[in-house]
Design a protein around this ligand. Structure first.
Ligand code: GP9
Ligand code: MN
Length: 628
């Protein structure tokens, strides 16, 4: 009697145990979750359990047929969510969030990357589901149905609740304020589990929708004070030096500063940029501040001087907001504003977001002649992209503000023989190895582009600003990276690796290297001041890179920050001079500022607060739709 009861109870139990073990195995094999002690290991082990008990426990209320169907369908959905996280993690080194999940247009564009990211062995992620399905089909007697009494069900859910509280309690002692500090998804997943994390994410999502509805202009006062207090007047020597000139802004895909002035296998990686820097202002302590929105986040930072969000891509989640972006400001000053990028216009929701940013024209895929010969990896090769773009530039009304977004140096860094000017590196990371030749290729594309600008007489009438959009080599490749750089990649080094090049070429000026600690957020006021435009009344979180008395300071989207002498990351204060942890007190004076920066900026976005600020103009209507 007893055995029978046990065996008939098993379908729910088996489904829970299979999913539970699978999730734990996936944690250990497919994600890089750092475990510091045995308590954290226990938390990690038990964290999927309470959710699985709740969700599968619902089946205890169902009749035989629907119970089996419910369990099968639920197991499949849970497995699919886990697998989606695994694939996403391979690429982004991060966990999924709801906004990212709805970026299906991006997912379908991932193309070659997805095939790189999915292997045949990935079927293993569904093995438990297959076992369950087979058992139900082949051994229906073993997986028999049993009615559960009220007492059974109550006991079951009491155990689930107890486990959930035990989990939360342990997590809270390990990580106080876990749920209020949501910068770090890894920490969340580690402590409350992937599934609960998704529930939590859903809660955040609905909260942010509610925030906009509830927001009113009164919240702007504090933010306005903060921004005014941090405003820096322009450097008189630089203000207006590019007045009336064209602006050529180039976003270099995945280019980090560590390649500048360096070699691989004895060959220069960026020979053109190394030369170009000698005639330009070069910022060697300039950080990307992007989050999950990658390239789009960098565009957002550069043109709004606001931080992107800690989850999702603001290009997707808040494309309907009111902004005062550089293109919108320049439209009013008689500039023609355009973005050029030979990719689907809907990628990162650009076609929609660009209207909010004020762009008059988006030259996207249909504006280019793209074929098999001039494509590699994600699409059109940079050389061809720039060459064809010059024709668009020539046709634009002057002065123009034109943003170029390169593509060839994108993961998985594919390149044909004919375009490889240098040999790949030799380490156990194919990603890092192939990174160097594609960076070298983009460098060549830039050289040809600048030459063409000279040939067409555009060079002397334009300021050229080149920046890296975000990292290209994630922490998954720390070992190989350490080998290349000849040092261990500690959290300190990882933070320093978030530096991306920034080069500003002003016609007729020699330039120099400037080492002020800065970030993408600083570009908007810098550019506007170079063009001789006042920014006093803007809500900009960054400040002019040429201003005197600049504070060396950059906040990264994960809450890390960098000062003149210190780096604060992962709750540790590092001394830049030694790269070693130092007294926390050295970083403490900056905590408040770092927190304010991100929180105020988030408030503006979640509440769509700029709609209450000054009067908006109607540049949205002047946007010419492309590709239709
Ligand atoms: C896609 C390109 C790459 O259009 O900007 O985006 P990323 O994956 O780097 O964010
Ligand atoms: Mn990018």
């Amino acid at each position: 009697m007893n055995t029978q009861k046990w065996s008939k109870a098993s379908i729910v139990a088996i489904a829970i145990i299979l999913l539970w073990l699978k999730t734990y195995i996936a944690y250990k094999t497919s994600f890089d979750i750092k475990i510091e002690n045995w308590r954290q290991e226990i938390i990690l082990f038990i964290n999927p359990l309470s959710f699985l008990m709740f969700i599968l426990g619902i089946s205890l209320f169902l009749k035989e047929k629907s119970q089996k169907r419910y369990i099968l369908i639920t197991s499949f959905i849970v497995s699919a969510i886990l697998f989606a996280n695994v694939v996403f993690y391979r690429f982004f080194n991060d966990f999924l969030t709801i906004p990212v999940l709805f970026q299906t247009s991006n997912m379908s564009d991932l193309g070659s990357s997805v095939t790189e990211l999915i292997n045949f062995s990935d079927l293993l992620y569904f093995v438990d589901f297959i076992i369950l399905a087979v058992l139900i089909k082949v051994k229906p007697a073993f997986m028999g149905y049993r009615e559960y009494s009220k007492v059974d069900r109550r006991a079951f859910f009491l155990v689930a609740i107890a486990i959930a509280f035990f989990n939360l309690g342990m997590a809270e002692t390990e990580r106080p304020q876990l749920l209020t500090r949501t910068f770090d998804r890894e920490m969340l997943v580690k402590n409350i589990g992937t599934y609960n994390y998704h529930l939590y994410d859903a809660f955040l999502q609905s909260k942010s929708s509610a925030q906009r509805a509830m927001a009113d202009g009164s919240e702007l006062a504090d933010i306005d004070n903060y921004v005014r207090a941090n405003y820096l007047p322009p450097n008189e020597d630089m203000f207006g030096v590019a007045k009336g000139k064209n602006v050529i802004l180039i976003s270099m895909e995945s280019t980090q500063s560590f390649v500048i002035n360096q070699t691989v296998n004895g060959q220069e990686i960026t020979p053109f940029l190394n030369d170009f820097i000698k005639d330009s202002y070069y910022f060697d302590n300039f950080y990307h501040q992007t989050g999950q929105g990658k390239t789009s986040d960098s565009e957002f930072l550069v043109e709004n001087s606001l931080y992107p969000l800690s989850r999702g891509a603001v290009f997707f989640t808040h494309s309907g907001n009111e902004y005062t972006a550089t293109p919108e400001i320049l439209n009013d000053k008689g500039y023609f504003t355009a973005s050029l990028h030979a990719n689907n216009k809907s990628f990162w929701n650009r076609d929609i977001m660009y209207q909010s940013l004020g762009y008059q024209r988006f030259y996207s895929l249909p504006d280019y002649d793209v074929n098999e010969e001039n494509s590699v990896g994600w699409g059109m090769k940079d050389v061809d992209f720039f060459q064809q773009s010059v024709e668009h530039l020539k046709a634009m009304p002057k002065p123009f503000y034109a943003k170029f977004i390169t593509l060839t140096n994108h993961f998985p860094f594919e390149l044909g023989e004919e375009d490889s000017f240098i040999e790949p590196y030799t380490s156990n990371s194919k990603t890092l190895n192939n990174y160097f030749p594609t960076v070298r290729y983009t460098d060549e594309a830039l050289k040809l582009f600048v030459q063409k600008l000279k040939d067409e007489g555009l060079y002397d009438d334009s300021i050229i600003i080149i920046y890296g959009d975000h990292y290209g080599i994630s922490e998954n490749h720390n070992k190989a990276m350490g080998e290349y750089l000849g040092k261990e990649i500690t959290p300190f080094e990882s933070t320093q690796l978030q530096r991306v090049p920034l080069i500003i070429h002003v016609p007729g000026q020699k330039g120099k290297t400037i080492s002020t600690v800065s970030g993408q957020i600083d570009l908007k006021p810098t550019i506007l001041h170079l063009l001789g435009m006042d920014t006093k009344n803007n809500i900009d979180f960054g400040s002019d890179l040429f201003s005197k008395n600049r504070l060396d300071f950059a906040v990264l989207r994960d809450g890390s920050f960098i000062t003149k002498d210190h780096v604060f990351t992962r709750e540790t204060c590092y001394d830049k001079a030694t790269g070693e942890p130092t007294d926390r007190a050295a970083c403490e004076p900056y905590f408040e500022n770092a927190k304010n920066e991100l929180e105020f900026s988030d408030k503006i976005i979640y509440g769509d607060l700029l709609r209450f600020y000054g009067e908006s103009n109607d540049s949205k209507e002047s946007f010419q739709k492309t590709g239709e």
